[in-house]
Design a protein. Structure first.
Length: 641
């Protein structure tokens, strides 16, 4: 910076901050110049735009062809409007399903089992006739023919003929509806018709709803409100008809809760111990079914029984009854017994125990005091009865006393300290062993051993009063005993056998196989014997004096003897069942030095008619070692070259 400029700046600075050298600026004012305004255009346009606006608009003229198209479109639109109006107002031959009406006249509710009468009117308000008109009806489930209530109604079709224009056809429809009270049923009516000059078929539908009202059956269930677990009790079901007409093929169905077992019923059930065919009910008729059973469960548990009354779909009672008229629920509360008693035979706890004849049976009896007080002088008794019992086989454990004269076993129960009392919750166990008579000694038709258990005691708070007693009953049923024999013969039997003995490789030797079956106790059904022929063995034929049904399946190499029914006492009081068949053996080199198997997998099976249990028996394979043939010599069974 020049020295001169610097001195000027410094001087200015001194003047600015000096108190003596400061001078006020001169009061000079300069006037503001006036703004020159320009004219603003009122219209936004340019000369070019003005030039364009001066030109005249040229209107295009429509061609004659376009005028013709427009005229044709207008004419078509007018004709369409006229035709639509004519059709809408009702042409002379126009048919519309809206002009076909189905009117159903009848009640909105009907009692189950009573005849329902409906009046069906089909109206034709068209200007043309309805030809080949038919009225079809789709009935709801539970519909019956009023003339024969056994016959179900599902679908009908009636010919109405020709329904003229402006006329109507009337049809009366009768049916019997079965169902639960309050159930809504739908009846579908359909009219099918044709019109003159057309092959098309037209339809009109109408659904009529009706509610099933009061049931025609008076239905009651009587049983205890509470039962002790394990105690037997009876449930009585009563069914009465409260209607004017007969109700046919009435069925009662019961559904039992878990833990319930049926012992017997009066009358006997038709199927599965829970279905009874009550037959036809006339007005005022009443039928009763008594069911005796046992309910087992925990203390204060509630179990519900369900009972249904309806009509079967056919003459045969079906366990899957679907048409129910009325139902009832019955709830029973389970109370814990004051003294718990549990019985098991050979470790199995069941009301009816199946056991073979002349075999030892071990009974385990557990008891427990469920009272809040001590139980004094507890005593357990078991009474055994039944002609199948071998009285000499009864043996009581745990210091029990057996009274052979009365077939009774008695235990005076004590606690672990030896005192004749049971504390609250105190328990214990005793054992009993017995068996049945041999199968040959059993009386035909009576194979049960019945055991009646009774435990008594006096609660501390009830001294001087009647003791508490708990009773239980168990049954041991002696199962059917089948004597099944099988043997191979050579010198005896129904067939003349041939071939080398001992058997030789590549040469055919024939044998006779004999099956025999005897039955000691209880009729059997579906009895059969099956067996499989061994390697290199061929089927030749069968023989039976009594005409037994025996067959051979070459694809599986299995022989089947279909016996059907096997009567009790077969082989003892009556002749045994027996069948024979002939086979041939052609040994191979691999069988040299062996006794080849002729028949194996020999099994008998059948079902006990009384108990429903399956009875089976099997025999070991039959070989060329003919131990049942008197002409057999040791070594005749070994295959040689």
């Amino acid at each position: 910076m020049d020295r001169e400029d610097k001195s000027r700046i410094e001087g200015l600075n001194d003047t600015l901050y000096s108190r003596t050298r400061y001078k006020d600026p001169l009061d000079k004012r300069t006037p503001v110049k006036e703004l020159e305004s320009k004219d603003v255009e009122e219209k936004w346009q340019t000369p070019e735009l003005n030039e364009m606006l001066t030109h005249e608009r040229v209107v295009m003229k429509a061609s004659p062809f376009m005028k013709k198209i427009f005229a044709f479109a207008m004419l078509f639109f007018i004709v369409t409007i006229l035709v639509a109006g004519f059709v809408f107002m009702g042409g002379s031959t126009f048919i519309s399903s809206r002009n076909v009406d189905i009117n159903v006249l009848g009640p909105t509710t009907v009692s189950a089992g009573e005849v329902l009468e409906l009046g069906v009117t089909v109206s034709n308000t068209n200007n043309a006739d309805l030809e080949l008109a038919n009225l079809s009806i789709q009935y709801p489930s539970g519909s019956r023919n009023p003339d024969n209530t056994v016959e179900s109604l599902t679908y009908t079709k009636d010919n109405l003929g020709v329904i003229e224009a402006g006329h109507e056809a009337v049809q009366n429809v009768n049916m019997v509806l079965l169902g639960s009270p309050g159930e809504t049923k739908e009846i579908k009516f359909s009219v099918e018709y044709k019109v003159k000059g057309s092959n098309a078929t037209f339809y009109k539908d109408k659904v009529f709803e009706i509610i099933v009202g009061q049931a025609p059956i008076i239905f009651t269930v009587e049983s205890p409100r509470s039962v002790t677990s394990g105690d037997n009790f009876t449930t009585v079901v009563s069914v009465a008809l409260n209607a004017k007409d007969i109700l046919k093929d009435v069925v009662l169905k019961a559904e039992y809760p878990y833990g319930y077992s049926v012992f017997d019923a009066t009358p006997d059930s038709s199927a599965d111990n829970n279905i009874w065919a009550l037959g036809d009910l006339s007005p005022g008729d009443k039928k009763t079914v008594s069911i005796r059973g046992q309910l087992v469960g925990e203390n204060r548990e509630e179990r519900t029984f369900r009972f249904y009354v309806g009509v079967s779909d056919s003459n045969n009672v079906s366990p899957n009854l679907k048409i129910n008229i009325i139902s009832r629920l019955n709830t029973v509360t389970i109370d814990r017994p004051s003294i718990g008693l549990n019985v098991a035979f050979n470790g199995e706890d069941m009301p009816v125990y199946m056991a073979p004849a002349d075999r030892p049976i071990s009974a385990s009896i557990k008891f427990q005091n469920n009272l809040p007080d001590k139980l004094l002088n507890p005593r357990l008794e078991v009474n055994l009865s039944g002609s199948a019992l071998d009285k000499s086989s009864v043996a009581a454990g745990n210091s029990g006393l057996y009274d052979s004269k009365n077939s009774r076993v008695i235990w005076d129960l004590v606690n672990p300290l030896g005192s004749p009392e049971l504390s609250p919750g105190g328990d214990g166990q005793v054992t009993l062993r017995f068996s049945s008579l041999p199968a040959a000694s059993l009386v035909e038709g009576n194979r049960d051993i019945v055991l009646n258990f009774s435990i008594t005691g006096i609660p501390v708070g009830a001294v001087g009063q009647n003791p508490i007693t708990i009773n239980e009953t168990r049954t041991v049923r002696i199962s059917s005993q089948v004597n099944f024999s099988s043997k191979v013969l050579r010198s005896l039997g129904s067939f003349a056998n041939f071939g080398p003995i001992p058997p030789q490789v590549g040469k055919e030797t024939t044998y006779t196989v004999v099956f025999g079956v005897g039955n000691t106790q209880g009729d059997l059904t579906d009895a059969r014997v099956s067996a499989r022929l061994g390697p290199g063995v061929s089927w030749l034929g069968a023989h039976s004096i009594t005409g037994e049904n025996i067959s051979y399946d070459s694809s599986s190499n299995i022989v089947t003897w279909d016996m059907g029914a096997l009567s009790s006492g077969s082989g003892f009081s009556s002749a045994a069942r027996e069948v024979s068949f002939q086979i041939s053996l052609t040994p191979s080199l691999g069988q040299i030095g062996t006794s080849p198997s002729l028949v194996n997998s020999i099994v008998f099976s059948g079902r006990d008619v009384v108990t429903g249990d399956f009875v089976t028996a099997s025999n070991p394979p039959l070989t060329t070692r003919l131990t049942s043939d008197p002409a057999f010599i040791q070594g005749d069974d070994i295959v040689v070259k």
